[in-house]
Design a protein around this ligand. Structure first.
Ligand SMILES: Nc1ncnc2c1ncn2[C@@H]1O[C@H](COP(=O)(O)OP(=O)(O)OP(=O)(O)O)[C@@H](O)[C@H]1O
Length: 307
């Protein structure tokens, strides 16, 4: 179990992490979400003893990272896939880590096979693609067979096959009873991978809930309706909470379900070509919840979120 209690980090004027408390339970993948600059990496760095907290605590299995006798056996982490000596081979990189943590040589071969790098194990890491370095970082995280895993943006640089592989790996690690904490900006992938979500904004906790509860609570139900008579249809949809255009012949409706829209259209004699309830997505729920917490907003996201 990873536990964060009252964790705070100040960099001069910037309060990067602000009194954060949450737990990452074993047997689940917990997604760690927040807009750019929300404090995710800083939190993960404090859990891994790479940054000192201004106040509060972060522990894994009840101990702070600095008090772990064999850190790689307590928690595996992928923070920065570039953090490998370019002149070292993948095999020697892992062997050096294993030696420092009392981990056997045979385990190095096992994790190389696990991440699919066996055939390039004797190549220098400096020649690796970003995706291969990402896999090497994951091999290092798994080396100590730890009960807790922390991944910061593990999908960076991975091709579609690699992304599906990570999803399977995370799910399997959780099914084996490990506590898995993972940050990613890829919402569609997070939705498929995580059971539970911790969402932060401007360093503060804004949600700590199961995935399904989060999506249900924070995204409005929408129905897409297409008709060659959108203007007449729009008039009939006066009882809806919201109606916005979607292309030339479409309207996206909130506050009415598909049956209600169908009945209104039928009563008004309007022809429909499509009537589709839209599945609420994590992406939409996340955008709705964090709109106020965005530290940096581009003109584009401003336009998109206000549509
Ligand atoms: N070493 C540092 N010195 C000063 N400020 C820092 C330092 N590291 C992070 N910060 C600031 O702390 C805040 C949180 O940054 P952090 O990298 O933790 O966010 P994040 O949620 O990981 O963002 P992203 O999604 O962009 O990676 C930001 O305002 C950042 O500028």
């Amino acid at each position: 179990m990873i536990e964060v209690c009252g964790l705070t980090k100040r960099y001069g004027e910037v309060l990067a992490v602000d009194d954060l408390t949450f737990a990452v339970r074993p047997g689940e993948v917990t997604g760690f979400l927040g807009p750019n600059g929300a404090g995710k990496s800083t939190t993960l760095r404090m859990i891994l003893g790479l940054d000192a907290a201004t106040s509060g605590t972060a522990t894994v299995g009840g101990r702070p990272y600095s008090a772990q006798p064999a850190p790689l056996k307590a928690v595996g982490a992928l923070l920065d896939a570039g953090a490998v000596l370019p002149s070292r081979t993948a095999y020697h990189h892992l062997l050096a880590l294993a030696a420092g943590n009392g981990i056997s040589r045979s385990r190095v071969a096992e994790v190389l096979a696990e991440v699919g790098l066996e055939s390039v194990a004797r190549r220098r890491a400096g020649t690796f693609s970003l995706g291969m370095r990402q896999r090497l970082g994951i091999a290092a995280a798994l080396l100590g067979d730890p009960p807790a895993l922390v991944f910061d943006e593990p999908l960076n640089g991975l091709d579609p096959e690699g992304i599906v592989w990570i999803r399977g790996l995370m799910r399997r690690m959780a099914a084996e009873g490990r506590a898995v904490l993972m940050s990613s900006h890829l919402m569609s992938e997070m939705e498929l991978t995580a059971d539970h979500l911790i969402v932060i904004g401007r360093g503060r906790l804004i949600a700590d809930t199961p995935m399904k509860t989060f999506i249900d609570a924070h995204s409005g139900r929408e129905v897409l309706v297409r008709s060659p008579q959108t203007e007449s249809l729009r008039r009939m949809l006066a009882p809806a909470e919201g109606v916005r255009a979607d292309g030339a012949d479409g309207l996206v409706v909130t506050g009415l379900d598909a049956a209600e829209i169908g009945a209104l259209a039928a009563a008004g004699g309007v022809e429909l070509h499509e009537l589709t309830p839209r599945q609420p997505s994590l992406e939409q729920a996340f955008m709705d919840l964090t709109r106020d917490a965005l530290e940096y907003r581009t003109a584009t996201t401003e336009m998109e979120t206000s549509r």
